[in-house]
Each structure stands twice: as structure tokens, then as C-alpha cells.
Design a protein around this ligand. Sequence first.
Ligand SMILES: C[S@@+](CC[C@H](N)C(=O)[O-])C[C@H]1O[C@@H](n2cnc3c(N)ncnc32)[C@H](O)[C@@H]1O
Length: 293
Amino acid sequence: MTPSDYEYLRKLLKDLSGLDLSADKQYLIDSRLQPLARKSGLSNIGELVAKMKSGSGAFIAEVVEAMTTNETFFFRDKVPFDHFRGSIIPEILQARAARKSIRIWCAAGSTGQEPYSLAMCLKEMSAALVGWRVEILATDLSQDVLEKSRSGIYSQFEVQRGLPIQMLVKYFKQTGELWQVNGDIRAMVQHRQLNLLHDFSQLGSFDVIFCRNVLIYFDQDTKIDIFGRLARAMEPDGFLVLGAAETVVGLSDVFKASPERRGLYRPSGVHAAPARTSVLGANAPKAIAMAGL
Ligand SMILES: C[S@@+](CC[C@H](N)C(=O)[O-])C[C@H]1O[C@@H](n2cnc3c(N)ncnc32)[C@H](O)[C@@H]1O
């Protein structure tokens, strides 16, 4: 890959997905894009860049998807789910007793293990939720991971990562070597493609937002912009849950850390400057809109 191919890919990926690659990540591009190049009948990354420059929006979307990191597993990091069961939902049950509705957003839900973990937690609490309207929205940039999430089908390896055996038996059906989440749990999760760089104000207001292990790939300005817009997409007494390596501290004052609950943030009541609808500049390639990213 020539330096100019690398710079082209670096800028495009930053503009389209927020991925902030440092100057020395050629190996990452190589390992993620060589398989796509081969599958597309191209012999190297140079040819792949040439095809992108020829303006195929669908192909650019494939490149962006191939560069996303989709690592996830059931009940990842455990603690956020303990907070969810032990304090977030109990507090919401009190605060929303009149309205009897809960809206939860998994803002980078990947292949579904995170939203289905939340759905299983809620199912376990169903006695307290009789008569409540519960909504879980799972969004992601990548259509491929959303498709898998919708199917709710996982390999033996995937269900062995983080999922307690009792839950596997209770909430999954085995078909050959695969396991599928039961229909009633799947029905609790709505799916939708969404790029966090773009305006999401149309989603309305949430009580709980899980936005984990995605902001880590973005630069500081992008994180600040997204925190501002997440705060506006949240009820004033809502909860933001970030990944173990992510924080708002030192970046934004629209959320405050929740004492003694690691990874949990509450709106501070401070409002960020009005949203930019997108961090894409005016120079964003037309192909983006065509690709629907
Ligand atoms: C590492 S996974 C995290 C999944 C899950 N939240 C967890 O913590 O296990 C990151 C996900 O973020 C998605 N992603 C990357 N850039 C995105 C963007 N700009 N907007 C929305 N999702 C994005 C990727 O497709 C990927 O599925």
C-alpha cells in the first residue's frame, strides 16, 4: 500500500465511521481489507483504493464494515449488567411508576449479545414489569452484524462466552451446532442501522443508553460531539453506560460519573452546544449517502 493509499483510507474511514487510525496502522488495514480485496477479485489494496475512488457507494460501505471491530459477548464485563439489574431498573421502576414505560438503547449493539443480555435480564424481572411497555433498540453502523443480531443465532463458542448455562438452557433453542435465542426474547429487541456520527435526535428520548466499546475508536472531538448528542437523547434522570476503557471525565460535563457505580453516568443538566447533525464535513464523498451509512 502506498502512503497516499493509506492516507486516503485513513481519512475516508475517519469521515465515514469515526475510526481514528494513527499513522502506523497499515497492518490493520492490510489484515482487514486483504480478504475483501481477494473476495472482490482485486489483487491488492492499491486496486481496492482505485475501485473505491471510482465511486461505488456499496463497495465503500463494505470497506467501512470490514474495518469495524465487532468483538462482543454475552454479559460482557458483568458489572454493567449487575448495575442494570440491581440499581438501574429498580430506580426506573420507581421513577416511571406512573408512565410504566422504559426505553433502552444499545447504541453499538454489534451481533446482539449485548441487547439480548439486557432482554434476558428484563425477562428475569418480568414479575415487576407486568403492565410495563419495554423497548430495547439495538443499532449499529454495520448491516452485517445487524443481520446476525436479528437472527439471534450463535455458535457453541459464542454461547460459551459469558452466558450462564441456566440462561442458555432457558432462553435458547439448539439446532445442530448452533443456538438461537428464543422468539420472545428476540421480539423484545428492535434493530436499526445507525451511524453515531449522524443525527440521531429522531430516535426520541431514552431512560438507559448502553454505548460501550465504540467511542474508544474515535478521536476526542468526535467523542465530545457524541456525548453532547447522547445527553440530548436521554431523560434528565436517565443512565448512560460506557465500556470499561471509556469515560466522559475530562472530556465533557454533560454527564457526571455515578459514585460507586463504575461505568455509569447520569445527565448533569449542563447542555452542550447545539448538535452538529454530523461530524462529516461538507466535503464528504457522495457515495456515503448512497451507501446509507
Ligand atoms: C467492539 S463492538 C462493541 C459491541 C458491544 N457494545 C460491546 O461492548 O460488546 C463495536 C461496534 O461498534 C460499531 N460501530 C463502529 N463505528 C460505528 C459508528 N460510527 N456508528 C455506530 N456503530 C459503530 C461496530 O460495527 C461494532 O459492531
